[in-house]
Design a protein around this ligand. Structure first.
Ligand code: F3S
Length: 406
């Protein structure tokens, strides 16, 4: 590949992989079964990123393994509705065209593991998108490092990645024991992101082993927890005893060794973390953003149920970020129509942070996402308020009667 026998795009990709692999201490490259690309949104890749995508496409690059794409930098259905500037749209369309030419699977989502690309236990893959990486390592037991932009394209074009970090069994060993001390109670759904946010900060890049989660967390709870942990820290793998396939017991998660450290998570820690996740005030909320990572059909159904047909207050926007396939289900099940009657809009295949949301001039975003709570002040230049989805909806529904108790 390096010598150019598979064409100039593959040769360029291989030159990059071998150089970066050397810097990372990898002794070899290994085959991977899928790639996921974060170099997808114009707001974060700028002109240089557009040129990178186009360069690989012009050189004749074709993805040789299933290669999915992170959210697009704008709503793919009606960017005009979301005030996406014309020049921005043009640049984003160039990125879309380049990936189409290279044969990417255009799912445009941060949840590719729910959209036709779910790796199995022990499968080596090369993915970017921190929330997805944390999910597939921790929940499915797949093996990927937190790859980076450009490297992700190189992985898709060659079907290879660098053999270091989380591809090696010994590097997946737990380092820090996390004990939940919550008097034996189960976590509320909205506490999973809070726990993730706290653990990201407490762990940094160390691998935690969470012991003491009661009950059986849902896919959505794990998705939202992993996104929080991967945003506030550089978590790529979190063992959850009883959930992570490599952590059926505490002992197996630590591979028979002793923990290097122990963290006890108490009620006070969860409460304090939840407070720290907010910078804004409830009466200043002008935007409720849900779906970071992209909402599932169950989460959309929950919003419909909480709303109970109530209308959103004038002067406030409420958008749900989701995939095209989930939106199709929401339409078939009548949720999308009900939400739109209430003033809640589905926005498709894009990201609440890495899209030009600042064109709306919002002051305070209210969200049920720990990842959004972490990044919105930086990315969207707004205040942020973290709350359970019930609070988000009840705060902006015009008729307060009939709201569900929290
Ligand atoms: Fe997805 Fe964007 Fe959030 S990629 S996880 S919606 S920051």
């Amino acid at each position: 590949m390096l010598s150019g026998k598979d064409g100039p795009a593959v040769a360029l990709a291989m030159r990059i992989l071998t150089k970066v692999g050397g810097a990372c201490g990898a002794e070899r490259l290994i085959p991977v079964t899928s790639a996921h690309i974060v170099l997808a949104m114009y707001k974060s890749i700028f002109d240089a990123g557009v040129e990178v995508c186009e360069r690989f496409a012009e050189l004749g690059g074709k993805f040789v393994i299933p290669t999915t794409l992170d959210p697009c930098g704008m709503d793919t259905e009606s960017p005009e509705k979301f005030k996406t500037p014309k020049t921005y749209q043009e640049k984003q369309r160039r990125v879309m065209a380049a990936y189409q030419k290279m044969g990417a699977i255009p799912v445009w989502t941060c949840t590719p593991y729910l959209t036709g690309s779910a790796p199995r236990l022990g499968e080596h893959i090369g993915w970017t998108e921190s929330s997805a990486v944390a999910y597939v390592n921790s929940v499915l037991g797949a093996r990927t490092n937190r790859e980076t932009a450009v490297i992700d394209i190189c992985i898709g074009l060659t079907g290879r990645t660098m053999d270091y970090g989380l591809h090696k069994t010994e590097n997946r060993r737990g380092q820090v024991l996390i004990q939940l001390d919550l008097n034996g109670r189960e976590l509320h759904p909205f506490e999973y992101p809070v726990l993730g946010y706290y653990l990201g900060k407490a762990l940094g890049s160390r691998i935690g082993v969470v012991d003491g989660i009661k009950g059986s967390p849902s896919t959505e709870e794990l998705k939202n927890m992993m996104a929080g942990a991967a945003a506030s820290g550089s978590v790529a793998l979190l063992h959850i005893v009883g959930v992570t396939p490599e952590a059926l017991t505490v002992e197996t998660a630590f591979q028979g060794r002793k923990p290097e450290d122990t963290i006890v998570v108490t009620e006070d820690i969860l409460l304090k973390t939840r407070q720290d996740m907010s910078t804004g005030k409830k009466n200043e909320v002008d935007f409720v953003a849900l779906g970071c990572p992209h909402y599932t059909i169950r989460e959309i159904e929950a919003v419909t149920r909480i709303l109970k047909g109530r209308k959103i207050k004038p002067g406030v926007q409420c958008w749900i970020y989701t995939t095209k396939s989930t939106a199709m289900l929401a339409e078939r099940m009548g949720y999308r129509q009900k939400l739109e009657e209430s003033g809640v809009i589905l926005t498709l295949e894009t990201c609440m942070l890495i899209s030009p949301v600042e064109t709306w001039g919002f002051h305070t975003i209210m969200t049920d996402s720990a990842k959004c709570a972490y990044y919105a002040p930086m990315q969207c230049k707004t205040q942020v308020l973290y709350a359970p989805v019930e609070d988000c909806i009840n705060a902006i529904a015009a008729d307060q009667k009939g709201g569900e108790a929290l």
